[in-house]
Write a protein that binds this ligand. Structure first.
Ligand SMILES: Cc1ncc(COP(=O)(O)O)c(C=O)c1O
Length: 417
């Protein structure tokens, strides 16, 4: 049985929505993007949503919007995908890396210690779809002594008058905190709609704004939309209308808009996200959870705790007391069964480019420990019961082979949800 690590959800409704877009003869940014933004606002209750062509470009846009420049610092976890750090570097600023907790989230105490008078933003990362503790992070940036350290050096920084809290929610569309979308617990939340994500537009992303009341959200929305289109005061659809040819360039924008042909894919998916796609991911995660909980050798990812609920984007299983080499051997053995698994993530300080900038993995012991024992299992709506059981058995067999022992079921393994 051949099992890919991930596969996009393309049903007839996705095909119909794309064909509909093609037949309208309008394939770049237009009504489908607006509809997608409205669906995201409906799903999250964010104050506004702006679609872009990737998470990465959305993050660069928001860091620039806030006026982040060389000499500034942005705190990020060492355990994330490179884009979190690269977005900061593309603005000329310095990513200040800190360690994570056992639940993969950025360590809030380490964040507090890393704040200096140069800190302009924090990017927390919802690894695997598990939302970070944004209320703790908000508590830190709102402390009197931390606010006093903050030096506003741009118009937006003057209006906010504190550190900007950004959620790297590339994995966490649909994650919840105390019953509401986790996406509204930070100032800015950015989703990715890359091909492997819970909802995809092939490539794409979305910025959700939850800025405080002294920001005019509809003005910020208009400004950011222009920013995605070279700073042009009209989009192509408006320009194409009779007599609409004259336009102006108001500032040095980026060209990072999402086309309608891409939005159409995501639109058909997001309409059934809460009724079909998210529940089926959850069901798979719970099956894995129950099966692996039967053995003492496995460390399960957080799915719902402390009022938080995951978006079930990844299932990052960890195996207790193994080395990185044993983890690699377990993956090799699983691969012989034609099951594709993955590792999320190789900590940034282990990658050549970040090493060349002086980051050292020894400074992030928890990030290394999590990485060295982690295997991400396939999780997507098309994965049916027999395939899940095939994966579970392959993992157990591989662990037994590499540890050279039979692993026994626990007597008290009953899991109640
Ligand atoms: C945690 C995290 N942040 C950011 C990104 C970048 O997303 P995109 O490919 O849409 O730029 C990814 C992509 O996989 C990711 O996993």
């Amino acid at each position: 049985m051949k099992i890919p690590f991930t596969t996009p959800f393309i049903d007839q409704s996705v095909v119909d929505e794309v064909v509909d877009t093609l037949k309208t003869n309008w394939i770049t940014t237009g009504p489908k993007v607006i509809a997608m933004e409205q669906e995201i606002v409906k799903l999250t209750s964010a104050k506004a949503a702006i679609c872009v062509n990737s998470w990465t470009s959305g993050a660069i846009l928001m860091l620039r919007w806030f006026g982040i420049k060389p000499g500034d610092e942005v705190i990020i976890p060492a355990y994330t995908y490179c884009a979190t750090a690269l977005s900061v570097l593309h603005c000329g600023a310095t990513p200040v890396m800190v360690d994570i907790n056992k639940d993969f989230c950025i360590n809030t105490e380490a964040v507090r210690r890393a704040i200096t008078s140069k800190t302009k933003a924090i990017i927390a990362v919802d690894i695997a779809g598990w939302p970070c503790d944004y209320s703790a992070l908000a508590g830190i940036i709102n402390r009197k002594e931390i606010r006093k350290l903050f030096k506003a050096e741009s118009l937006k920084q003057t209006v906010l008058n504190r550190i900007l809290l950004i959620a790297d929610a590339a994995h966490s569309l649909g994650a919840k905190t105390n019953g509401h979308a986790a996406a509204i617990d930070s100032d800015v939340t950015i989703f990715s709609f890359h091909a492997v994500k819970n909802v995809t537009t092939a490539e794409g992303g979305c910025i959700c704004l939850n800025l405080p009341g002294n920001f005019d959200i509809s003005e910020e929305y208009k400004y950011l939309k222009m920013y995605t289109l070279n700073g042009q005061n009209k989009d192509a659809l408006e320009k194409s209308k009779g007599g609409g040819w004259r336009y102006d360039i108001l500032f040095k924008g980026l060209k990072i808009n999402m086309p309608d042909i891409c939005a159409a894919i995501g639109l058909a998916q997001i309409r059934k996200y809460e009724t079909l796609l998210l529940p089926s991911r959850k069901a798979i995660a719970l099956t894995y959870y129950k099966r692996f909980k039967e053995f003492d050798e496995f460390e399960l990812p957080p799915l719902f705790e402390r009022g938080h609920e995951s978006s079930y984007h990844l299932f990052p299983l960890r195996i207790k007391n193994i080395t990185e080499q044993q983890r690699d051997e377990i993956i090799d053995d699983i691969t012989t069964k034609e099951i594709a698994v993955n590792v999320h993530f190789i900590p940034l300080p282990m990658l050549t480019y970040f090493k060349s900038l002086g980051y050292k993995i020894d400074d992030f012991p928890m990030a290394y420990d999590q990485y060295s024992r982690e295997i991400s299992l396939p999780i997507y709506p098309q994965l049916t019961g027999p395939k899940i059981e095939y994966i579970v058995k392959a993992v157990i067999n591989a662990v037994e082979k590499v540890l050279n022992k039979k692993i026994e079921k626990l007597e008290t393994a009953e899991v109640v949800f």
